[in-house]
Write a protein that binds this ligand. Structure first.
Ligand code: FEO
Length: 398
């Protein structure tokens, strides 16, 4: 029989599932390579389940557990995080593992009741509380807001395995290659950066706090086993260092231009600016908001030293997709930085006023001068203006 589960060390197993069907994570972020919902089983004197999976995969996941043990024998169900991609199969496993106790953080108790209210006893665990399960010890480490306020990680002390939940996760399904020494790490680097940038940008400072906390506690990680993406057994430091870098507030020395365009004038203006910046020695990433995936736009913008917004007026407001992106920069609490604005219009404009307010007052960005305003196609005067803007941007980013 073909087994799906994987042994991490004897008695500790990966029992998760791949999702190659869902097109948008949270119905927002593209999944061109799928995603995995990782779940783990520890078989000691007590049988411990770490997290469940999205509900549509319940039967497949139960079969994975049955490869190892009768699921009715589970003693503890650890819910590191209540989001339904981790807890969707909880109602079903609660029907089967009738003697199990749910271990969760105190803030998760009410969430469990409001999301599922399964008829199993719940035992809230304190930050750094330990629990003996036989020859092994579990330690619970609260990491609020990585990703929700109730989130925690579980550490298997003697084996030095950190079940890190959303932290250190990645998009991309595993397709039988569960470990970092089996997988294409180039793809994982792209997909974990995109995962972090789309889902957890708002909580970057909490990611930084969680990394510092695990280091300060002296938690040695022989293995990092997140809830999405590969398990790091060859080089756990790779993912810690990358997450640390991606979530740090330091910006990088490149410019991201995000533009919308209906009839090509803003497109032309954006590409003229790009060309000018490249000639000034500046690295540029550029996105047409109508065709790039919003997740990739956010990923390429979140660390940009300068962000340029180029926008036509639409119904006396900014082009709607650009407005959505600017709102996301505010919602995701992008680190304040210099930003530039280029606006095209047909007869009276209207985009600049709203964008200025959003960029300066909400995002707290420094708005660079000049603001380039172009009526339809760029005139010679406009050309001078965007060239001056390129010079100002180049000064800022270098
Ligand atoms: Fe993987 Fe916050 O859910």
């Amino acid at each position: 029989m073909l087994h799906v589960h994987r042994e991490i060390v004897k008695g500790v197993y990966y029992i998760g599932v791949d999702d190659n069907y869902t097109e948008l994570f949270e119905n927002l972020w593209e999944l061109p390579f799928g995603v995995s919902y990782n779940s783990y089983l520890i078989v000691d004197e007590k049988v411990v389940l770490i997290e469940t999976v999205k509900n549509i995969f319940t039967n497949e996941w139960l079969d994975n557990i049955r490869e190892i043990i009768d699921p009715s024998k589970i003693d503890y169900i650890i819910l590191n995080h209540m989001e339904p991609d981790h807890t969707g199969a909880l109602p079903r496993i609660a029907e089967i593992a009738r003697n199990a106790t749910i271990l969760l953080s105190p803030r998760a108790v009410q969430m469990q009741e409001s999301l599922y209210d399964v008829p199993l006893p719940m035992k809230p665990v304190a930050d750094l509380e330990e629990l003996s399960i036989g020859k092994w010890t579990l330690k619970f480490v609260h990491v609020p807001f990585v990703h929700w306020p109730e989130t925690m990680m579980t550490y298997l002390v003697e084996e030095e395995i950190l079940f890190s939940c959303d932290a250190f996760g990645s998009y991309g399904s595993l397709n039988g290659k569960h470990f970092d020494d089996e997988i294409n790490m180039e793809l994982i680097e792209k997909e974990s950066k995109r995962y972090l940038s789309t889902i957890i940008t708002t909580y970057f400072k909490f990611v930084q706090r969680a990394i510092k906390k695990t280091i300060d506690l002296g938690i040695a990680c022989k293995v990092i086993a997140p809830s999405h993406g590969p398990i790091y057994r060859k080089n756990p430091m790779w993912v810690i260092e990358h997450y640390d870098n991606w979530s740090s507030p330091e910006l990088e020395k490149y410019v991201t231009i995000v533009y919308g365009s209906m009839y090509g004038h803003t497109l032309k203006l954006s590409h003229l600016l790009k060309k000018e910046l490249i000639e000034l020695g500046v690295e540029v990433k550029i996105h047409n908001i109508s065709y790039s995936s919003i997740g990739q736009v956010i990923t390429d913008a979140v660390k940009a030293g300068v962000i340029v917004i180029a926008v036509p007026t639409y119904d006396a407001h900014p082009f709607p997709l650009i407005w959505n992106f600017v709102s996301e920069m505010d919602t995701k609490r992008f680190t304040p930085r210099p930003a530039a604005l280029m606006a095209t219009y047909g007869w009276m404009g209207g985009a600049v006023k709203n964008l200025k307010e959003a960029i300066v007052e909400k995002c707290k960005f420094e708005l660079l001068e000049p603001i380039v305003r172009v009526r339809a196609r760029p005139t010679e005067e406009d050309v001078k203006s965007y060239k001056e803007l390129a010079r100002v941007i180049a000064e800022k980013v270098k």
